[in-house]
Design a protein around this ligand. Sequence first.
Ligand code: LLP
Length: 436
Amino acid sequence: MDHFLYRDGVLHAEDVPLPAIAAAVGTPVYVYARATLTRHYRLFAEALDGLPHLICYAVKANGNLAVLKLLGDLGAGMDVVSGGEYARARAAGVPGSRIVFSGVGKTRAEMAQALAGGIRQFNVESEPELEALSEVAAGLGVEAPVALRLNPDVDARTHPKIATGGAETKFGIPMGQAVAVYTRAAALPGIRPVGLDLHIGSQLTDLAPYEQAYLRLAGLTRAMRAEGHRIDRLDLGGGLGIPYTRSNAVPPLPSEYGALVRRIFGDLDCEIEIEPGRLIAGNAGILLAAAIYVKPGAQRRFLILDAAMNDLIRPTMYDAHHDIVPVQEAAPGAETLPYDVVGPVCETGDIFARDRALPAMAPGDLVAFRSAGAYGAVMASEYNARPLVPEVLVDGDHFAVIRARPTFDAMLARDTIPEWLGPPGACAEPTGGADA
Ligand code: LLP
């Protein structure tokens, strides 16, 4: 369920009509609904109610400070994968004691940053990383809490670019090496092993791969405890999928996922951590765009929008489907036409959808890409020197710009022309050449 619904024929975000946001902020723009973010966080909290747990929202899904602050105030922890994400979580007010640091390539600088600022745990993915962390922590005279990220070697049955739990991927430590590495960790200076971790992939639409991986993790936990290892926490990763189309089968609900977690881990007396990103933010956001032209091609009809692949890369990168709906609701029974929905970027791959059925569109008409709150704005770029897409947060009947669209001046000011190239803004006259 989300909070982007038609009212009197106009698509709203909560109680705000989207044309009002387009008029005030311009397009393209991401629009998030506070009510949906809150609701999705609470669904997980209810699903794990009664189990000692922390929901560590995956900042990579949507790292806007306002989104992090909102979730942090609900009690969320954060899962970060870079010094930048760590800084964002802290700037939003999330204490270090609620932040887990994931990622296969943490640098020593990032380790030191998190140790100095406070950290709940590092999810360590290799022995070389463990050694580096030991040196950094011991050098600072502190202890780094560590969970070992394991690779359970399961098939997550998702898009290959976002499956992480197979033996052929770069992620985690093979299950068979867990005991040896955990034993080593306990002996290293500056390291305090606190538990185990895994994350098998993203946009999972079936609980079976979770069940397979979690049963392995629970079995390993029991076996390791029997050998005298102390395991207090289990981080179960994120990855629960969302419905991207209204017609698709509905992925498992957080409550069903929670029941699975209880069944497998309920009697282990462990603190459970989960790292959901997409399910919290995905359907809490849309990308609002306007039509620039309708271009009749030789064989196809192109709807050229002011949003492009640099603003929402998922269709280009993963062939991902996003529902695209008109902001002015089509009259019941109105004729639809097949459009190839594209952006203005100079690449053939700048295409959002082929043969998408929409009512007749005209320049200036607004459309919304649904389910764009996760892995949308965070993956945006300024390719083709297009300003980074802004973001708006709606709360009931009001909204705020939570990231402004940069001006061209601000974008230009980031570059520097070195003195030895001559004064900026005045190019030398061309010399020689065919016309000289
Ligand atoms: N924890 C770890 C260690 C992760 O690597 C990820 C996502 C998550 C949690 C959160 O997973 P979620 O609950 O959001 O599925 N850009 C891609 C998704 C990449 C996901 C990477 N890791 C997309 O647009 O589909």
